[in-house]
Design a protein around this ligand. Structure first.
Ligand code: 3PG
Length: 219
């Protein structure tokens, strides 16, 4: 069976990311935290979630969220290779996110129907992704790799590329990032820091989401 075309997968990703605006990056250490964390985010109006493959609990947590929180749209992050991509698809994720864009991963994504948002930080990485049909990319690590000035510089030679900046995005700079014309959404961990997850501060997380979404609506 032939995999979906890159353009079709990018269109699916765009449909998920554009209305989301903010995609929380979740690092879940205890599988049982997944469902209450996802419910807290959804209650705050944040429905598209990236569960990172960084912990042993990640797979079980993502599976539980997919099964028990139907309003959440679950993606898998920290996808590093083709095996990770297949694991993400098999557990029912709607999309995948990677910190970088190796040729091996991009080729694996071409053979897999799961839409991938590959990470880039330089013009050369962007060109490698673009050569394989990726025009919607994660800019990572966004603040550390040059922030908004870097993104504006990339917009010159790459006017058709759009980004989901992630890394160093926070309550203070999220509106500025989202105001950039080539930004479709942002990712980040600031809505649900590890300390709040550890302490099961679900209401605090919901409140932070509500505030973030209110700030964005005002603009
Ligand atoms: C990450 O990979 O940890 C994400 O990019 C989140 O970055 P942040 O913690 O700076 O938001």
């Amino acid at each position: 069976m032939t995999a979906l075309l890159a353009s079709a997968k990018q269109a699916v990703l765009e449909e998920i990311l554009v209305p989301a605006r903010i995609v929380p990056v979740l690092t879940i250490d205890r599988a049982e935290d997944g469902v209450p964390l996802a419910r807290a985010l959804v209650a705050g109006g944040v429905k598209v979630l990236e569960v990172t493959f960084r912990t042993e609990a990640a797979t079980a947590a993502a599976k539980a969220i997919i099964a028990e929180v139907p309003d959440a749209i679950v993606g898998i992050g920290t996808v590093l290779n083709g095996d990770d991509l297949r694991r993400a698809r098999d557990l029912g994720a709607r999309f995948a996110v990677s910190p970088g864009a190796t040729p091996e991963l991009l080729d694996a994504a071409a053979a897999n129907d799961l839409p991938l948002l590959p990470g880039v930080a330089t013009a050369s990485e962007l060109m490698q992704a673009q050569a394989r049909g990726f025009n919607l990319l994660k800019f990572f690590p966004a603040e550390q790799a040059g922030g908004i000035p870097m993104l504006r510089a990339l917009a010159g030679p790459f006017p058709n590329t759009r980004f989901c900046p992630t890394g160093g995005v926070n309550a203070a700079n999220v509106a500025a990032w989202l105001a950039e014309p080539n930004v479709v959404a942002v990712g980040g961990s600031w809505l649900c820091p590890a300390s709040d997850i550890k302490a099961a501060n679900w209401e605090v997380i919901t409140g932070r989401c509500i505030d973030a979404m209110k700030t964005l609506r005002k603009r």
